[in-house]
Ligand binder design. Structure first.
Ligand SMILES: Cc1cc2nc3c(=O)[nH]c(=O)nc-3n(C[C@H](O)[C@H](O)[C@H](O)COP(=O)(O)OP(=O)(O)OC[C@H]3O[C@@H](n4cnc5c(N)ncnc54)[C@H](O)[C@@H]3O)c2cc1C
Length: 377
């Protein structure tokens, strides 16, 4: 049953990694928070992702970095701290580890794009090395046979990753221990405003009031804003993943080739990702998607073709027109906020998003100026 009255300081709509990280961060700063999710908390894009956390620039390079890059840099600093704090508080290891990554190019076009990426890493002071085929084979023996087919290879030693389903378990446990109210199966239909202030949301379980609201509904965020006459350009971009059951240490680092990758877990499981399917909210693994991913895996490391497929899944990345998230206050509504549209980087940017949004929502100076990421851009 919904509670009557302004029980909460902050209501967060959407219990993915963005909503839960913000809830935890706000509660650490004394706010009484409620998170509602129309389904199970943490079971949409944030569960479906691969958990890659690419490195960002250190603060010394922020004057030449975009807000997005600064968020990546801040997250790189916060991720290990959050891992430690979550582990200590909940006993759950989110498997955050510094694995390093390798970026490969097959075609001349991919090589050109990768060289441009490397130039940006150089400008931002992000450690990387161009490696030859012998070094690639030494670092990743499973790729040795195919090494001659790559026209370019870079190593990024500072890349990290986490096991996102475990990270969500840890966040949920931390939220519960911090007294945050987590309400699954509560779908927000409408956001109601009185004058220039958010007053309440209408849900399938009745109205909910709070002093402030933050919308963190991922790919569904645009639907929530229709009732306010706001046309937010956030749409779902389906990504498919195939999970292989591998032996431990077959693939050591995260292997990237353009938008495709191999990510291994500590227990040997290997994620082969991912597609970008502009198909609306059609959750499915397709023959073409799974086939293409397996072809990719086999081309990178032929041994992978012999591994059993454990399962496959898909999820909806919240995509925006310019590829950047929306972080900020809703125009003309002084107590309503938005944190969404993280596309391929929501797990990566979640701690920085939480810290920046918490600061803005509590009237504090955010560590990253995200004015450029506002809703009215
Ligand atoms: C295949 C794939 C691979 C990825 N890999 C990575 C990666 O390696 N690294 C990385 O950083 N990112 C990755 N991402 C992207 C990342 O997963 C997303 O950017 C991130 O999860 C977005 O988090 P979110 O909390 O905004 O959205 P979600 O996790 O989708 O959460 C939104 C929540 O809002 C709820 N909701 C929606 N509408 C309502 C409503 N009306 N009322 C109540 N609740 C509602 C939903 O039920 C959902 O639980 C990947 C994504 C996919 C799909």
């Amino acid at each position: 049953m919904a509670r009557a009255g302004k029980t909460y300081d902050v209501l967060i709509v959407g219990g993915g990694v963005i909503g839960l990280s913000l809830a935890w961060e706000l509660s650490q700063h004394g706010a009484k928070v409620c998170v509602v999710d129309r389904g199970q908390l943490g079971m949409e894009a944030s569960w479906a992702g691969a958990g890659m956390i690419p490195p960002g620039p250190a603060e010394t390079h922020w004057n030449q970095s975009s807000p997005f890059e600064q968020l990546a840099g801040l997250s790189q600093r916060l991720q290990p701290e959050w891992h430690e704090r979550l582990l200590e508080l909940t006993g759950i290891d989110n498997e955050f580890r510094r694995s390093g990554a390798i970026h490969l190019a097959l075609t001349p076009d991919e090589a050109k794009t990768l060289d441009q990426k490397a130039q940006r890493w150089r400008q931002l002071g992000i450690a990387h090395q161009k490696i030859d085929k012998t070094t690639l084979s030494d670092l990743e023996p499973a790729l040795a046979n195919q090494a001659p087919s790559f026209s370019r290879a870079y190593q990024l030693p500072a890349e990290t990753r986490l096991r996102n389903p475990r990270h969500l378990h840890a966040l949920l446990a931390a939220c519960r221990l911090s007294g945050i109210e987590l309400r699954a199966g509560v779908e927000v239909y409408k956001i109601e405003v009185s004058g220039n202030r958010f007053s309440q949301v209408v849900t399938n379980t009745g109205p909910i009031q709070a002093e402030k609201i933050c919308l963190a509904a991922g790919s569904w965020s645009a639907q929530l804003l229709i009732s306010l006459g706001i046309d937010l350009p956030v749409r779902p971009m389906r990504g498919q993943i195939v999970l292989l059951r591998g032996p431990t240490n077959l693939i050591l680092r995260t292997i990237n080739v353009g938008p495709r990758y191999l990510v291994s877990r500590l227990d040997g499981r290997i994620l082969v990702g991912s597609t970008e399917d502009d198909v609306g909210f059609a959750k499915a693994n397709t023959a073409a998607g799974v086939g293409g991913l397996m072809q990719f895996a086999q081309m990178i490391a032929p041994e992978l073709a012999q591994l059993p497929i454990e399962t496959c899944w898909s999820g909806f990345r919240p995509a925006t027109a310019d590829g950047f998230p929306y972080l900020g206050r809703l125009a003309k509504i002084e107590n309503a906020w938005l944190a969404t549209g993280h596309f391929r980087a929501g797990l990566q940017l979640s701690p920085a998003t939480a810290v920046v949004m918490r600061a803005m929502m509590l009237g504090q100076e955010p560590p990253v100026d995200v004015t450029e990421l506002g809703i009215d851009r």
